[in-house]
Design a protein around this ligand. Structure first.
Ligand code: SF4
Ligand code: SF4
Length: 275
């Protein structure tokens, strides 16, 4: 706070609550700690950023009804995406009347250049609007939104964002219909239909993070964003200490996959495209 030059913080988040780390927030009593900061006047509002599904969110918002806000990953491509469940999390937040900030509105930059079929739909509706502006206005138009956190890396992007977020106009009914078409087109794009259930990973003798590799590959398949796909693949591979090409084709994972995905074939494709 000394470095920020402020006496208090308006919004303060516990970072990235998810399935594999909530026990730390519980065990170290961080919920009481952050409430204490508010009682002392050091922060004005407390919340958490969230990376899990609606059941956990429901429990948290029930257990901590005094929470001031949360931060959710929402964008028009992830509303029904099984590994994100943006629509279901949004519904839980609305049911509890908890306002939220939005992260990943442009899906790590992928929606700044969506697949061709989606671009054509947006171009037909408004050739002057940037694809990022469609993505950001989609989430900024939602009920209960406090603010949209848009990563910007160039002055041009800042100018574009400011041009439609100053004097902001929510989506019209016609524009909402454009999104329905865009989401339908997105669902048709070839991709690995992995739900991220992880049933395949427990018995893998090589410890291959199969769904995470597939998620990285989908960045290339859906969004034609090879650089981002490679970056995510390498990050995952380094963390797990294993490559897609380390698969020994034992078949355990394919027997466990409820989606009946050809995992061995997909991993070979991931290895040849991203390694
Ligand atoms: S086929 Fe490959 S990915 Fe699947 S369980 Fe065996 S080693 Fe792991
Ligand atoms: S079991 Fe199938 S759907 Fe589930 S994470 Fe593994 S590959 Fe994806």
């Amino acid at each position: 706070m000394e470095r920020l030059g402020v006496d208090y913080l308006d919004y303060y988040l516990l970072h990235a609550v998810q399935d594999n780390n909530q026990h730390m927030y519980d065990n170290y009593h961080l919920w009481d700690w952050i409430r204490g900061l508010k009682e002392q006047g050091i922060i004005r509002r407390w919340g958490f950023s969230f990376h899990a599904g609606p059941d956990r969110l429901e429990r948290l918002l029930t257990d901590y009804p005094d929470i001031d806000f949360i931060q959710l990953q929402i964008n028009y491509a992830d509303m029904e995406e099984p590994s994100v469940q943006a629509q279901a999390n949004y519904d839980v937040a609305r049911a509890h009347g908890v306002p939220f900030t939005v992260m990943e509105p442009v899906k790590g930059g992928s929606l700044a250049v969506p697949p061709r079929a989606v671009r054509e739909i947006f171009d037909a509706a408004n050739p002057d609007a940037s694809y990022a502006s469609w993505a950001i206005r989609y989430v900024a138009s939602m009920e209960g939104v406090l603010t949209v956190l848009s990563g910007m890396s160039t002055l041009e992007q800042v100018r574009d964002n400011v041009s439609y977020m100053c004097d902001f106009k929510p989506l019209s009914a016609e524009e909402q219909a454009v999104f329905a078409k865009a989401q339908e087109a997105l669902a048709q794009v070839h991709q690995y239909k992995c739900t991220g259930c992880h049933y395949c990973t427990d018995g893998c003798p090589m410890g291959i993070p199969i769904p995470d590799f597939f998620k990285a590959m989908n960045r290339k398949l859906i969004f034609e964003n090879e650089a981002e796909a490679k970056r995510r693949y390498q990050q995952t591979s380094e963390k797990a200490g294993v490559n897609a090409s380390d698969c020994i084709a034992c078949g355990q994972c394919e027997a466990a996959c409820p989606q009946r995905l050809p995992i061995i074939e997909y991993l070979a494709e991931v290895a040849s495209e991203l390694e």
